[in-house]
Design a binder for this molecule. Structure first.
Ligand SMILES: [Zn+2]
Length: 166
């Protein structure tokens, strides 16, 4: 896995982002998404956009700044992906394609997270800023996804999602 010194924070359209300071090969592991493992019901009641879903009800609270992977922005056309290694119950960010020095590293946060947090304000990934994706829209009322959470007031609504390894 890469070393944290091989990445650099920068100010992107979507807030802080992370850039590569060297080239990475496709499939290379970049960073681990680190943090405390939390039960969904015990996750901080305040909004926390750094929750990463493991196996329900378990989540990783990636909010500490030591988790460099928390600065990786969402993209609808990402160059990396989050992969859940279920045997160790850890999340790794891996290159989906070759990444060059200076490239912003991005992964797709998952539909649920995007619907909850990104679509309402408009996605600021380079693909969407270039007008290749659907414009922001209000969430449709009464979506099935909203219903089961009504009884879980204050709990986290959506976490980032990873692909399962293997
Ligand atoms: Zn986008």
């Amino acid at each position: 896995m890469a070393d944290v010194s091989e990445f650099k924070l920068f100010r992107s359209a979507a807030g802080l982002g992370l850039r590569a300071l060297r080239n990475f090969k496709k499939g290379e592991s970049l960073l681990e998404y680190t943090g405390r493992k939390l039960h969904r019901d015990r996750a901080a009641p305040r909004p926390n956009r750094y929750l990463f879903e493991l196996n329900d009800p378990w989540m990783i609270d990636g909010s500490p700044r030591t988790n460099l992977a928390r600065y990786i922005n969402h993209s609808c056309d990402p160059n990396a992906q989050a992969v859940h290694h279920e045997d160790e119950d850890r999340i790794f960010i891996e290159a989906l394609r070759p990444i060059s020095v200076g490239d912003e590293i991005t992964y797709n946060y998952g539909d649920e997270y995007v619907d909850e947090f990104i679509r309402p304000v408009g996605c600021k990934c380079s693909k969407c800023l270039n007008g290749q994706a659907v414009p922001p829209q209000a969430a449709a009322p009464g979506r099935a996804a909203d219903a089961p959470r009504a009884a879980n007031d204050g709990g986290p609504k959506a976490g980032r999602r990873a692909r399962r390894a293997g």
